[in-house]
Design a protein around this ligand. Structure first.
Ligand code: 13P
Length: 325
């Protein structure tokens, strides 16, 4: 078994999942401001420290994705975040993309950037303790969207990113997110997700990415947030698994879903329902951001007297998702 395969299998191992705490400085700042906390570097650090020091987190979390800022910050005890996670038996990951930017010639669509200098950045992060990385591409459904060029540009970047990570000895989380924004139906999301995943695996194969040394992080197949007809939990589970079966090679060790704006409870219900379907060739797990940490942030609101209650809110979500597996 290769080292990459070993790490990927730990990331998706039974009854655990991956916590996405890698919001960019901009996104994390607006989430803090949303709960009345001033968006300073120190407050982002304090909030991330609250997350990673949640008691017993390692029982339901195999890895945590960090942002570059956090990766270089220290906890109150003087340890760096990656060093602290290593002691807990939690793998440290790093978001390496530099965000989704407007794609030339494709109004309303984005391409994720960050390939420049990536080989060196991967080498540095690995030396500082990162064992895996993340790159998120976003695909918008709309009138005539996504365009072929947006899909091709995004899957190309994902595949080149994945190759560079593997060359540098770290496992790539490959995240093509079909966004929930809009009024599209479940069927339309299934069609777009299937076609994006098909293009993605064509490109990963072209770039000779080792499929057993990566983790796929897709969206669940859901209807758009504004769609008047919202599907049942079973319909989401079936549509998602159909899309994955049609496209994801069995060599891929695991699939770790993003939550994408679903409520924490719905995301967990969907994950649990998928495990009830016929045996699947890959591990199905979670790599949630908002659906794991949202209730903790809402509880904390910058009040250190609520620190323990906030950690309990995170712990409850992590335990519920681990149980859903
Ligand atoms: P959400 O679960 O909040 O969608 O975040 C997951 C993630 O890592 C997005 O890139």
């Amino acid at each position: 078994m290769s080292t990459l395969n070993k790490i990927a299998r730990i990331m998706v191992s039974e009854r655990r999942g991956i916590l996405a705490a890698d919001e960019s400085i901009g996104t994390m700042s607006s989430r803090l401001e949303g709960v009345g906390v001033k968006a300073t570097e120190e407050n982002r650090r304090v909030y991330r420290e609250l997350i990673v020091t949640t008691p017993k987190l390692a029982e339901s979390v195999s890895g945590i994705i960090l942002a570059d800022e956090t990766f270089h910050q220290k906890l109150s005890n003087g340890q760096t975040f990656p060093a602290f996670l290593a002691e807990l038996g939690i793998l440290a990951g790093i978001k390496v993309d530099t965000g989704a930017k407007p794609l030339a010639g494709a109004p309303g669509e984005n391409v994720t950037e960050g390939l420049d200098g990536l080989r060196d950045r991967v080498r540095n992060y690995a030396a500082l303790g990162a064992t895996f990385a993340k790159w998120r591409a976003t695909i918008t459904i709309g009138d005539g969207l996504p365009s072929d060029r947006a899909v091709r540009a995004n899957v190309h970047a994902l595949a080149r990113y994945a190759g560079l990570c593997q060359e540098g000895g770290i496992v790539p989380i490959v995240e093509p997110e079909v966004l929930m924004d809009g009024s599209h139906s479940l069927a339309r999301c299934k069609q777009v997700t299937t076609s994006v995943l098909r293009s993605l695996f064509d490109e990963l194969n072209l770039m000779q990415v080792q499929l057993d040394g990566m983790v796929l992080k897709p969206n669940m197949v859901v209807a758009g947030k504004k769609c008047p007809q919202q599907p049942s939990v079973e319909e989401v589970a079936e549509a998602t698994v159909d899309a994955l079966r049609a496209t994801v090679p069995t060599f891929v060790p695991g699939i770790a879903f993003l939550s994408g704006g679903q409520s924490p409870e719905k995301a967990t219900e969907h994950l649990a329902a998928m495990q009830q379907l016929d045996p699947l060739p890959w591990e199905l797990t979670y790599s949630f951001g908002r659906a794991l940490v949202g209730p903790a942030l809402e509880t904390w609101r910058g009040d250190n007297g609520k620190r323990e209650a906030a950690q309990k809110a995170l712990s409850d979500r992590a335990v519920a998702n681990a149980a859903a597996r």
